[in-house]
Design a protein around this ligand. Structure first.
Ligand code: PRP
Length: 222
């Protein structure tokens, strides 16, 4: 039965924060295959945010992706499943313990073909992105190129189409959003996929349970 008071820190629960959406569905499927599933969590109609597997003492939370590393860093969740893009952007202090392989995509600099020259010339270009920290690190620390970073919250491909920026830094999965908007990958920053992360204190305090869970998940990944 669902606990009524989730503020109460009940020691026997091992809590797992999942990034809402497609990654959560894939993560729940992985936990099911590992024998640690949770009823009701993939039910699209529910507005519930916390789901318990009483038998195993597992408590799953659904959180916005950028908040998953925050829950894990502060210990409100012992573990989390979230994309590498979010981990890089949020820069939280936690252990990244497993590459789960799913949710694979790339972080890229994209734009119209003619923007290639501006990248090559190291011109002072504008870069629109949902990932300002990743973009800053790439341009300032890796490429040593001065750029203006413009933070957006979504549909970033729009920015070069309407003259807000010359290029974007964004996730490319199938490439269809770029193609349909006449844009292309100009430079690849890094590969991305879903990662399992663990709170640093939980890793010690709940070592045996976490190790067993990691083994079961590894087994289910094959
Ligand atoms: C993501 C990303 C790209 C698109 C890439 O956007 O920001 O826009 O998916 O996928 P593709 O290469 O398969 O086309 P998302 O759907 O998360 O929405 P958003 O643009 O509002 O962030």
């Amino acid at each position: 039965m669902q606990s009524q008071d989730i503020r109460h820190q009940d020691k026997h629960w091992l809590s797992i924060a999942l990034a809402k959406g497609r990654l959560a569905d894939l993560a729940v499927d992985l936990f099911s295959r590992a024998g640690a599933g949770c009823d009701g969590i993939t039910d699209g109609d529910t507005r519930r945010l916390v789901f318990d597997n009483d038998g195993l003492g597992l408590r799953f939370f659904l959180a916005k992706a950028p908040d998953v590393p925050t829950y894990v860093e502060y210990g409100a969740a012992d573990l989390g499943i979230v994309g590498k893009d979010t981990l890089l952007e949020e820069g939280r202090t936690l252990f990244e313990v497993m590459d789960l392989g799913f949710g694979a995509c790339r972080m890229c600099v994209c734009g119209p073909a003619q923007a290639k020259e501006m990248l090559a010339d190291r011109s002072l270009i504008r870069v629109a992105t949902k990932y300002p920290n990743i973009a800053k690190d790439y341009f300032f620390n890796k490429k040593f190129q001065m750029v203006e970073i413009i933070k957006l919250n979504g549909s970033v491909e729009l920015a070069p189409l309407v003259g807000l920026s010359e290029v974007i830094v964004d996730i490319v999965e199938s490439g269809s959003t770029l193609r349909e908007n006449g844009l292309e990958v100009l430079e690849e920053i890094c590969g991305l996929s879903a990662r399992l992360v663990v709170n640093r204190v939980s890793m010690k305090r709940e070592q045996a349970r976490i190790r067993k869970l990691l083994d079961d998940l590894r087994g289910a990944l094959g």
